[in-house]
Design a protein around this ligand. Structure first.
Ligand code: SIN
Length: 313
């Protein structure tokens, strides 16, 4: 780690990094979110004596992440970053929804200090657990002079919140940044910067804090497929959905029957945005119905973006 002169706040939310398996070879049948973040930090000898503060904010398998935790997490991160002695924040998280949490935090806070999400594909009890090294690398990034924005650090790569996505179900090297590539590499405790740190415009997040999570605008993802039908869209509209992200085929194209139902939804006041179900690449060009493209955002991140766009001002 380059600097010990500033405090790093480490916030635990659960995940496989805090997971416990029945044996050292158990990589898939373990239980996530069992160990406290203080235990994870204490298990790494090189972090002993580092200027750290540790907070357990949640203890969840990230498949169950919810907006209540997101709001609390964003508030805790904002409060930590506002302290002059804090250089950066590390958040331990599950891998399954890490990209959504990262994008939510970047969209809401666009921080000028580093906020580093890290995770693990193997539980803490695995013979070759990846969590300890990921945690050390995340600390390196959080303390790095000039680092800023929300990033994810896994397997020696620093990914921007806008680009990071989980791209493999079980391999240790499960994350990538699509066409953009990583922001930096962590190499033997040092950073090799490959492109600029993420920048952005923070939301007026007091409007996010003010709204109870149960009242956050309801947005769903619908996927265009061969033989797609419009009934799911009509049911969602009937149930009160406010926004729909279409995970389109290829360059965001949409099956004609789904498109017809989406046009009906739009006529009833539902906002429709277009993403692609491909794992990488932007959605280019305009749609005849004027439904905007979300660029390179994955459908899951586009859903977060549309939800924030629909928040009352
Ligand atoms: C989770 O997302 O909490 C479980 C899976 C993982 O962290 O790899």
């Amino acid at each position: 780690m380059q600097s010990h002169s500033n405090t790093i706040v480490v916030i635990g939310t659960g995940g496989t990094i805090a997971g416990v398996g029945s044996s050292a070879s158990d990589h898939t049948g373990y239980t996530a979110a069992q160990l406290g973040v203080a235990q994870l930090v204490a298990a790494v000898p090189s972090l002993s004596g580092a200027p750290l503060e540790v907070h357990q904010l949640a203890q969840v398998d990230s498949k169950d992440m919810d907006f209540g935790v997101w709001r609390e997490l964003a508030q805790a991160v904002a409060q930590a970053l506002a302290r002059p002695e804090v250089a950066g924040v590390v958040v331990t998280h599950g891998t399954d929804t890490l990209e959504e949490t990262a994008w939510f935090l970047q969209s809401v806070l666009a921080p000028s200090k580093p906020v580093v999400l890290t995770a693990a594909m193997r539980p803490a009890t695995a013979l070759s657990a990846d969590g300890p090294q990921n945690l050390v690398d995340a600390m390196t990034v959080a303390a790095w002079p000039g680092a800023r924005g929300v990033v994810a650090v896994l397997c020696g790569r620093v990914h921007a919140a806008a680009d990071v996505r989980k791209a493999h179900t079980y391999q240790v090297d499960a994350f990538d940044s699509g066409d953009a590539g990583p922001v930096a590499l962590v190499e033997a405790g040092s950073l090799r910067l490959l492109r600029p740190w993420p920048e952005g415009q923070a939301l007026d997040w007091e409007r996010v804090w003010a709204l109870e999570p149960a009242a956050w605008p309801w947005v769903e993802i619908v996927t265009s497929t061969a033989g797609a039908r419009g009934e799911a869209v009509r049911a969602l509209v009937h149930a009160g959905v406010r926004g729909l992200v279409v995970a389109g085929t290829g360059n965001g194209s949409i099956h004609r029957d789904l498109e017809a139902a989406l046009a009906e939804a739009q006529a009833q006041g539902v906002t429709v945005w277009r993403a692609s179900r491909c794992g990488a690449g932007p959605v280019l060009g305009a749609h005849p119905r004027g439904w905007p493209s979300v660029g390179t955002l994955t459908p899951a991140k586009a859903r977060v973006a549309l939800m924030l766009a629909l928040m009352p001002v």
